[in-house]
Design a protein around this ligand. Structure first.
Ligand code: AMP
Length: 146
């Protein structure tokens, strides 16, 4: 069992650990599923954020969501990709986390998610917080105190 005496690091704001929005691949609500499939394939990411024209976070889109949306009874209906809009198939119930939230909240949420979309108070997309980054910080902390 790891025992951590000084818990201050749990209250560090997550702002320092975010991969900022300009470095994050995303799609826009009006894009079609074909474009999203291209972005996901080319970047190699499992899921990416969906933003509106004002850079507000609207949802999350994964390869699985796209495939699921074109599953026919007999075969995968690739021809539907061009007509399907990203906002018709994206996931909208995302865990909410803001730039001002603390490390502890990020840690708790990242148990169930590989990454989190982080917003400013007004809903503008700020970037992502990944499990990889938080684990690295946690490791650094554990090694420094033991
Ligand atoms: P990683 O921590 O690098 O393994 O990333 C985990 C997941 O976070 C990836 O599969 C993507 O879904 C997402 N992700 C990480 N970095 C980016 C990025 N620069 N742009 C978009 N999504 C990202």
């Amino acid at each position: 069992m790891i025992s951590v005496n000084n818990r201050d690091f749990l209250f560090t704001p997550i702002a320092d650990f975010i991969i900022s929005s300009e470095k994050v691949a995303h799609v826009q609500v009006g894009n079609n599923a074909e474009h999203a499939l291209l972005v996901l394939t080319k970047t190699g990411y499992s899921a990416i954020p969906v933003l509106d024209a004002k850079y507000h976070l609207k949802g999350l889109l994964s390869m699985g969501m796209i495939t699921d949306s074109i599953l026919g009874l007999e075969h995968i209906e690739y021809e539907r990709l061009a007509d399907l809009k990203v906002d018709e198939i994206m996931q909208t119930d995302l865990p909410s986390i803001k730039t001002t939230d603390r490390f502890q909240k990020g840690l708790d949420l990242l148990i169930d998610h590989t990454f989190l979309c982080v917003t400013e108070e007004d809903g503008t997309f700020a970037g992502i917080l990944t499990r990889r980054v938080i684990l690295k910080q946690f490791k650094k902390y554990i090694y420094s105190v033991h």
